[in-house]
Each structure stands twice: as structure tokens, then as C-alpha cells.
Ligand binder design. Sequence first.
Ligand code: ACO
Length: 471
Amino acid sequence: MADKEIKQIKDLIIEAGKRARQESDFEPEQALTQPVKWPVNCLVGPGLEGAIACESKIGYVNGSKGWLIYRGYDIFDLCAHSTFEEVAYLLLYGALPTVSQFDNFKAKLIKYRDINYTIRLLMGFPIEKMNAMAALRIGTNFMRQELTYVDSDAYSPDFDTAISADEDSIPMETKPRGEEHAIYEFKKASAGNKPRSVDKNLQFSAEEESCYSLISGVSTVAGVVARLRQDRIPIEPDPSLSHAGNLIYVITGRKPTPIEEKIMDIALILHADHGMNASTFATMVVASTLSDMYFAIGSGIAALNGPLHGGANERVVKMLQEIGGPGNVNKWFEEKLAKKEKIMGFGHRVYKAYDPRARVLGPLAEYLVEHSGNEEIKKLFRTAKTLEKKVVSRLGKEKKIFPNVDFYSGIIYLCLGIPMELFTPIFAVSRVSGWTARVREYLKANRIFRPRAVYVGPFDKRYEPIKKRSS
Ligand code: ACO
């Protein structure tokens, strides 16, 4: 029975993939898929929109065609045929694992589910009163105390060779080495110019064990946070379960059905990586200072928390509840439009076509809802479908606004029995795999991130003693 249902799920994904391919051609954008010759010319908007910061072999998002590629593999194929563990390996190492590589990797992930010291620390904290993402970030910091050796005496990264161009430390606007003027010089990418400290920095800042412990441990922390927020004792991870199955188990205390496990696994694959989005960028910025992986992932979690990024799926469910039913969609939508308010779960900085992740999650949500006896969730889903039609017909062509990954993920998590405040932490649990992979890749030829702001303030102010200042 389970095999038949899993095949149905795969067929839904393959069908969604076919539809996506029919609506697109197969040409990648030249400018974003060729090796970069530094310094690069690009049109940059506020918030670094359009800026090219590095090369990467990890993933490619084509926003105008609705593509998402991890290491050369189409997201629809990975969702239909792979698993989260395999995708995490693929992102980190660039190739799908052999049997023995995969067995070793899975064994490591299972080992790192156990973070007893971190759990003990979390249990001494008022987690039930905290925002779940704040608690997740604290848990990640506690893992650092438990697992990292960066604080040990052995830690000594090679600062001189790996970083450059920070105006606070290296010749740019200050002149610690005697330069009279700021130097804005792009390092030429030649073999001789490669930072000598590459391996050392990788070893200290992003060594493999930290990546494994974070990919695995953040999921345990999410479970602990879920349980503590319900005034329950945390559940010990189950080594016999997959990453996805164990995640559902440690959050809900219930062993998932094979279908639930499969659907959670697909949701984790879909959220694993997505180019230089805000949280990935935050993670890379922190790592580029040669801080360590735990700090870097902590900042990724912080960036993901915002409602313009990972926090949207929780808001989508609240929005659907507020609408109250499919019959109310038209009126509600017109009011929002008149007030120029954004509709949660729609629009994307990069996608100006249908988000491929929403193409997968929509049918999976429908599948779960059809098999659910929960009338409230059924109503939410009908409301979502009606809203999707309305938004796409009004804003799709004109403004390229389509559902994004967050539109259906919340309904799926509700069907799996996940409490709403855990939606964004689950996003983080998956994205740790992309964050760690991108940091490791970036550190191999690290350059500290340091864009500039244009100063538009005055220059001619004179200091007034406080008593002389007028209000
Ligand atoms: N609903 C209605 N209109 C929208 C929406 C939306 N969700 N998103 C964008 N628009 C409109 C804007 O009002 C604007 O219209 P205008 O040109 O008439 O002023 C136009 O589309 C462009 O909008 P921007 O805000 O400039 O688009 P940007 O690329 O900066 O924003 C963002 C992307 C932040 C995701 C935005 O679409 C949004 O706020 N969506 C809702 C929140 C959401 O779902 N976030 C999750 C994103 S997915 C993720 O991060 C995992």
C-alpha cells in the first residue's frame, strides 16, 4: 500500500516537472552561467539587487523561466527520486554519493542527532516564552559550546593571506601599511594569488564535522524547541528513522507514516538551497570574516526569521484563516489590492515565473488534504486554491506575481501535525545544508564581503555644546 502511495507522490512530481518544462525553453542565461572575469560589470540596485558577488557550482535559479538546479540536477528529478540526506551530500560535495560514501554520511548524521549537553542547556531556558526561531538560534549557539573546537588553544587561522579589502583593517581607506590613498584593487584570479590558508581556514571555520553536526543537530534542536514550547519533555532522536521521519518524530512525538515521511523529505529537498538569498548571504558574510560555522549558521537563522523571507509560510496560514473561506476571497483580495498590501506567499525577488517549489508543494498539499479528515484544513486549502487563481489572474501577467515556496508549505506542515510556530524552523533545518555547502565553497577562495554605501549626509556641521542646542 505504501509503495503504491509513494509512487502516486512521485508521479505528481514528475507531472509537475513536465508542465514546468513545457512552459520553458532549455537555454540558461549566458551572463549568469559563464565563468566571471573580475572585476565584473553588472547593474546593481538597492539592497545589492543584481550584484554578482562570487562564482558557485552549488545551485542555479533561473527566475524568468522558473528553474531550480542543484549541482546540475533539476529540482523535480531530485524530489521524485532522491532523499534529503543524498541532496545534502550532493550540495556539500558536488556529486551524488556511492553506497559506501552514503552509508558513512548517514551514520555521521545519525551520530550528530544526539546533542545531550545542548538539550540540557535548552531545558534550563524559558523556551516556551520565546519565539521559536530565537530558540533555534540559541540552540545552535549552545551546540557550538558543545561541539566546536574553534575556542580551543589549537585555533589559529591564517589571517594574513585569506582576507583582504576591509577598510577597518587592511589598506583601503586606512593606511596601516603606509599607503597614502585608498586602494581598490581586485585580486587577479591566478593560481599564485590563491590564499595560502585555504585548507587551514576550511579546517577551522567550516570543517566537515561542523557541517554534519549542524545539518543534523539543528533538526534535533527544532524538536526540542517544539516539545518545550508545549511543556513536554524532549524526545530522543530515533536512529532507525530518516532525517525527515526523525524530524516529524522529534517535533510531534509520533512516528510518521511512509507517505508523511516522503512528503516531509520532499519539502526538505525543496528548501535546501536557493542561490544567494538573504539568509545564505548573511551566513556567507559572517563566514567570510573567518568566524566559525556555528556563528555563520546562527546568522542565517536570524535572517531567515523575517516575514519577507522564511517567516512567510506561517503568515500564509494566518492569512488564509483570516480570509475565512473561499467565498470571501474576492472581497478580501480587492481590499488588499486597494490598500496596496502584499499578499503573503506570493511574489519573489528572483522568480518572475511560477516558483518550481510551489509547483511541487501545491499538488502534495492537495494530496495530503484529500487524505485528511480535518475539515478546517480542507477549508484552508480551498481558500488557498481560490486565492491562487485570483492573484495569478490579476497579478500574474501584469506584475509576474505567482505563488512562492511559502504558499503551500504551511498547509502541508499542518497536515503533518507540525505546530505553526515550527514552520520557519523547519525551513532552517533544511537550509542548513545549503548554507554549509555555500560557506565551504566560498571559503576555498575567501574574500571578506565589504560593499560600500554612498554617503549622502552633510559635511559642514559644527559641534555645539549640549546646552546651546536648540530643540
Ligand atoms: N502581493 C501583491 N503585490 C506584490 C507582492 C505580493 N506578495 N509582491 C510584490 N508585489 C508587487 C509590489 O507591490 C510591487 O508593485 P508596484 O511595482 O506596483 O509597486 C511589485 O510587485 C514589485 O514588488 P517588490 O516589493 O519590489 O518586489 P521584491 O522583489 O522586492 O519583493 C518579496 C519580493 C519581498 C518576496 C515580495 O514579493 C513579498 O513581500 N512577498 C510577500 C512575502 C512572501 O511571500 N515572502 C516569501 C518569499 S519566498 C522566500 O523568501 C523563501
